[in-house]
Design a protein around this ligand. Structure first.
Ligand code: 8YV
Length: 312
């Protein structure tokens, strides 16, 4: 009986690799666990997990022999790590291999929103350029003040890129880092007040829920642009929508939302918002590296070796 279970929306190459290496059983989501027989569930030692549906105590208790949940993604907020630790279950994630792609998308969202690139593209495609003339002037992004909320591995990659855009770098993190020339703020509101652009690179989960609050958004102000590549949960989305609709905030570039993929349709009505379908890590190269790291963690666990990227 198979000892590895793959749960989630894995792509065909990801599924093939998992099946070839572990002969695993595939489930579309955690809701399908109940479809397995009790014997099949009892045989499972490892879960390869992908997606953003919660995987917590109830699911773990359906798999009494479970030893590891290997997550496909650096963010593991879908997995109840405390429940896993209580049951002696290890959790792993896929850090670092996606830093470049996610940072690239953050910078692109900033430029697309500040320079109104989607609207400019429509201007050319629609014939307006030929019929009505030049696209209206927009705003200079290079040389501005950028605030990074969360200076972890991805936040640093974003800051390094924006420094190359001659930006003045400010940041908030739980503790001050050794970053000569960058300005530390011990409060997200103070950070937002100091900058024109706020780029959110926090980890998701209960500790950061709503950290981009109404106050933070107000402090960023009517010239401010918010970029979020982390999790929708870190932003007070209702406050963000209200600020965008009323001009309290200039714009937003968003790769992540509450209730993905069914995002609030009010975002689509806003000309000042650039929307991406949570594709920060979505390149062939990076997804292959994430998938390999997930499999390597499972292989290490099954052979009794040290885990590569353990979370607990
Ligand atoms: C997802 C992500 O893992 O790494 C993360 O935390 O959000 C993404 O890379 C990916 O969309 C698969 O669910």
């Amino acid at each position: 009986m198979t000892e590895t279970l793959a749960i989630g929306p894995f792509s065909p190459p990801e599924r093939e690799a998992l099946t070839a290496q572990f002969g695993c059983t595939l489930l579309a989501g955690p809701g399908d666990l109940a479809r397995l027989s009790e014997d099949a569930r009892a045989a499972i030692r490892a879960v390869a997990y992908k997606g953003h549906h919660p995987f917590g105590a109830a699911q773990m208790d359906m798999l009494p022999g479970l030893g590891i949940v290997a997550n496909f993604g650096v963010g593991y907020d879908a997995i109840d790590v405390a429940a896993a630790s209580e049951r002696g279950v290890k959790v792993t994630n896929t850090p670092d291999v996606l830093n470049d792609d996610v940072a690239d998308i953050a910078v692109a969202l900033l430029l697309m929103t500040g320079r109104r690139m989607v609207q400019a593209s429509d201007w050319a495609r629609s014939g307006n350029w030929a019929e009505r003339g030049e696209f209206p002037l927009n705003r200079k992004v290079s040389g501005g003040k950028a605030g990074i909320l969360g200076l972890g591995r991805i936040g640093r990659e974003i800051a390094d890129r924006l420094a190359a855009f001659k930006m003045d770098i400010h940041y908030w993190a739980r503790s001050e880092k050794d970053t000569p020339g960058w300005t530390y703020h011990d409060d997200p509101v103070a950070l937002a007040e100091a900058v024109d652009y706020l780029i959110v690179a926090l980890v998701g989960g209960p500790d950061t829920a709503g950290m981009v609050s109404r106050q933070v958004i107000r402090a960023l102000g009517p010239r401010g642009i918010l970029v979020n590549i982390s999790r929708g949960s870190v932003v007070d989305e209702e406050a963000l929508l209200h600020a965008l609709e009323s001009g309290v905030l200039a714009g937003a570039g968003l790769d992540v939302f509450l209730n993905e993929p069914k995002i609030n349709p009010r975002f689509y009505a806003l000309d000042t918002v650039t929307v991406q379908p949570h594709q920060g890590s979505g390149t062939v190269e990076t997804r292959a590296a994430m998938a390999k790291l997930q499999r390597d963690n499972i292989a290490a666990f099954l052979s009794g070796g040290p885990l590569l990227t353990a979370v607990n």
